[in-house]
Design a protein around this ligand. Structure first.
Ligand SMILES: Cc1cc2nc3c(=O)[nH]c(=O)nc-3n(C[C@H](O)[C@H](O)[C@H](O)COP(=O)(O)O)c2cc1C
Length: 196
């Protein structure tokens, strides 16, 4: 298709798709007052922004004022779906509530379908055991939503990465894992864009 570029002096659609930066949403999974997820999300975004390989943005479920599925038609549901549709991949900031993800995150997952499909996602989780049980539940849900979840998964401990369980002070050792997770999310998000 190179001849088209020469002919019209501009990039073909194919070339534009290849060169555009991907949009990756960092989704905060908790909405309660006093939550620590914004601290964790900002930390991931700071690491991600230094890479310069994609457009990273924090997506806060709380901003959308989502009703529970089936309770009401709220404008937030439309806005939520539009936001997800604008993203090529996700990083879920996952906290463990009763050995699973939050009700808020599950509801937000249930309130969209196509906007999740054929995209990639990574998980950064926290809890007393690194949020591992919640993260594994989320992987099962992602399978149903056709979200390709990457393997590398930074797990943060409420005991060693937070002071008093509230002030986020991550250990340096997590940095490589966050970058490894983002490496995979960016590559898979780019690959999956080609089939949407
Ligand atoms: C309803 C509830 C249930 C929780 N259950 C667990 C649990 O099963 N395992 C765990 O490791 N931590 C559990 N925790 C602790 C949370 O992981 C911790 O409070 C964390 O900071 C919550 O994330 P957030 O501050 O972003 O809301 C629970 C907290 C709440 C509020």
């Amino acid at each position: 298709m190179g001849f088209l570029k020469n002919l019209f002096g501009r990039k073909t659609k194919e070339e534009e798709t290849m060169s555009e930066k991907l949009n990756i949403g960092i989704i905060l999974g908790s909405t309660r007052q006093g939550r620590v997820s914004p601290q964790v999300g900002e930390w991931v975004k700071e690491i991600a922004d230094k890479r310069g390989d994609a457009n990273y943005e924090i997506v806060d479920i709380a901003d959308f004022k989502l009703p529970f599925l089936g309770e009401a038609d709220a404008p937030g549901i439309v806005a939520w779906n539009e936001k997800l549709a604008s993203l090529d991949g996700f990083v879920f900031i996952v906290q463990e509530y009763n050995h699973s993800i939050t009700g808020a995150l599950k509801n937000a997952l249930d309130l969209a379908r196509e906007a999740w499909n054929n995209k990639a996602a990574g998980i950064v989780s926290y809890g007393s055991t690194g949020g591992a049980r919640a993260a594994e539940h989320l992987r099962g849900i992602m399978g149903e939503l056709m979200i390709a979840d990457v393997r590398t998964h930074p797990t943060l401990s409420l005991f060693t990465d937070f002071e008093n369980g509230t002030d986020f002070k991550p250990q340096d050792l997590h940095l490589d894992n966050v970058n490894g997770m983002l490496d995979q999310v960016v590559v898979w998000s780019g690959a999956l864009k080609s089939i949407r």
